[in-house]
Structure formats: C-alpha cells, structure tokens
Design a protein around this ligand. Structure first.
Ligand code: BV8
Length: 239
C-alpha cells in the first residue's frame, strides 16, 4: 500500500451502528419509527416545528449517551500514528468522532447538540431540549431556534473546505454510508477525478460501486481497525 499524504474519510450512519445508533435506511425503511420526510425536511420544519423539535430532543438523549466504537477509535490511531493529514467528513449528527478523539471533523449535515437562531444566525450548543419557545441567548428573540441539522432541501455545511480536501486527497475512505444522499454521495467521484485511491467499507455493495477501487466488506468496527493497523505497519516497515 503506498504512502499517503492527504487522507479523507467520509462517514455515514453505518460507522455509528455498532455504537447502537439506528441507521437511516435499515430494512424497515423508517428511521427511528418516523418517515424522514416528516422530520428531516425543511418543509416539515416549516409545517410543524414543534414536532420536529420533539423528534430531535428525543433523538439527542439517545445519541449523546452513545459511546464511540473501534471504528471511530481507529481513526484517532491513524491521525496519531500515520504521517499524513487525516480529515473526517461526516454525514452523522452524532458526536462519536469527537468522543473518540478524532480531529479535523466536519459535520456537513450538522450536529445534534447545536441549534441555530433563524433571527441572528448564532449557534447555540446545548445537550438540553430546544423548542418553539426557546429564547436565543444572543439576540434575545424567542421562537426562532432550529436544530442545527441540514434538512433535505437545505445546503450542506463546510462545502468550501470539503471541496479543498477532495481536490488534495490521495486516499479517500468511505465508511458506513449507503451513497444515496447527495451531494455527499458524489464526493468519491471528485476524489477519484483528482487521483485519489478510493476504498469503500460497508456490509454490502452500495449504489456508488463503480467509483471505488476496493470494497472492504464487513462491520466497520472490525474492518477499519484492521485496515488502519496495516497502514501503520507498512509505514513502520518502510522506515
Ligand atoms: C442539497 C439530516 C442543495 C437529518 C440528512 C435527486 C437526485 C439527487 C439529489 C436529490 C434528488 N432529489 C433531492 C435531492 C437532494 C437531496 C438528496 O440527496 N435526496 C436523496 C434522498 C435522493 N439532498 C439534499 O437535499 C441535500 N441538500 O442537495 O442541497 C439543494 C438546496 C436546495 C434545494 C435542493 C437542493 C441535504 C442532504 C442532507 C439531508 N440531511 N440528515 C439527520 O441526520 O438527523 S441526510 C441523512 O442521510 C443523514 O445525514 C445520513 O447520514 C445521510 C446518509 O445516510 P447514510 O449515513 O448513508 O445512512 P444509511 O442508513 O442510508 O446507510 C447506512 C450504511 O451503512 C448502509 O450502506 C449500511 O449497509 C451500512 N452499515 C450499517 N451497519 C454497518 C454498515 N457499514 C459498516 N459497518 C456497519 N456496522
């Protein structure tokens, strides 16, 4: 395996599955017993903000109680022991990358412990409930807080940084994502266009098959640590 300088790791709900968090497109097609379009679209929030706040307040308790798994911890090992810049672009709104000690984490779909004030744009970090009564601590206006979650129909966060990372990366790992949500599902195409080696870690083949050089099947909690250990061993042997 070559020596890489700029590594990008794109993660989805599958990397958090072994930490007990539900993925989005599991067999029953519902996500935490709700239709995605009822809770994760900008129209749903405009139609019934109280319902969407309630959904995320409940989800927040479960997500913040979850613990990182061996896949998240393998990324920390890679960042500490492999001589490259390693960035994590995550579609997940959980904080398991941070809890495992990962650095350079970009939450392109937002994060569950934040709310944004639609009046002044300030981000409120909170592990508590947010609802249609919550007053913005910055501008003092009530009833204008929205979960800092990128709903379907909203633009992603950190896209300038993502574009820069994808153009520079020489290794692109996709871990635990079904590759059906855009534009994240197209990141591998950009990475490949700019010359990166591309690997997919999943339980099954995904709709993005064609763009990956290698498919590493199996639970990320097993496959990613093994892959990282191999990379670190190669570097040590090369020295
Ligand atoms: C946008 C917030 C511009 C909620 C999320 C038609 C064609 C192309 C695009 C579109 C289209 N129609 C609409 C669009 C755009 C739309 C889109 O892509 N829709 C899809 C459904 C077709 N995208 C958007 O709206 C995005 N914005 O495009 O902006 C714009 C602006 C204005 C108007 C229009 C466009 C916004 C997308 C973000 C939406 N928000 N989340 C929340 O998270 O609370 S997306 C949601 O899906 C999550 O973020 C999630 O991370 C993401 C992707 O899902 P996955 O993470 O991949 O999870 P999934 O369950 O699908 O898969 C899990 C995988 O893990 C599986 O493959 C499984 O096999 C694997 N796995 C399971 N266990 C393990 C494992 N692998 C390894 N180990 C295991 N143990």
């Amino acid at each position: 395996m070559g020596k890489f300088k700029n590594i990008v790791i794109l993660t989805g709900a599958g990397i958090s599955a072994e930490s007990g968090l539900a993925t989005f497109r599991a067999a029953n097609g519902l996500w935490n017993n709700h239709k995605v379009e009822d809770v994760a679209t900008i129209e749903a929030f405009q139609r019934n903000p109280a319902y969407v706040h309630e959904f995320y307040n409940d989800l927040k308790k479960e997500v913040l109680a979850a613990k990182p798994n061996a896949a998240h911890q393998a990324i920390t090992r890679l960042q500490k022991e492999y001589p490259a810049e390693v960035s994590v672009i995550t579609q997940n709104v959980d904080l398991l990358h941070e809890k495992a000690g990962n650095q350079n984490v970009y939450h392109i779909h937002g994060q569950i412990n934040q709310a944004v004030c639609l009046n002044c744009g300030q981000i409120l970090e909170t592990s508590g409930d947010v609802d249609t009564e919550t007053v913005c601590p910055h501008c003092g206006i009530g009833g204008m807080m929205k979960p800092n979650i990128v709903f379907f129909g909203e633009n992603l966060l950190y896209m300038d940084k993502v574009d820069e990372l994808l153009r520079r990366c020489d290794l692109f790992l996709s871990v635990g994502t079904s590759g059906v949500v855009f534009p994240a599902a197209a990141f591998v195409q950009t990475a490949k266009y700019y010359g990166a080696a591309t690997y997919e870690f999943n339980l099954e083949a995904t709709s993005n098959n064609f763009y990956f050089d290698q498919h590493i099947m199996g639970p990320a909690g097993t496959t990613l640590p093994a892959f990282v250990d191999e990379m670190i061993k190669d570097i040590k042997n090369a020295d």
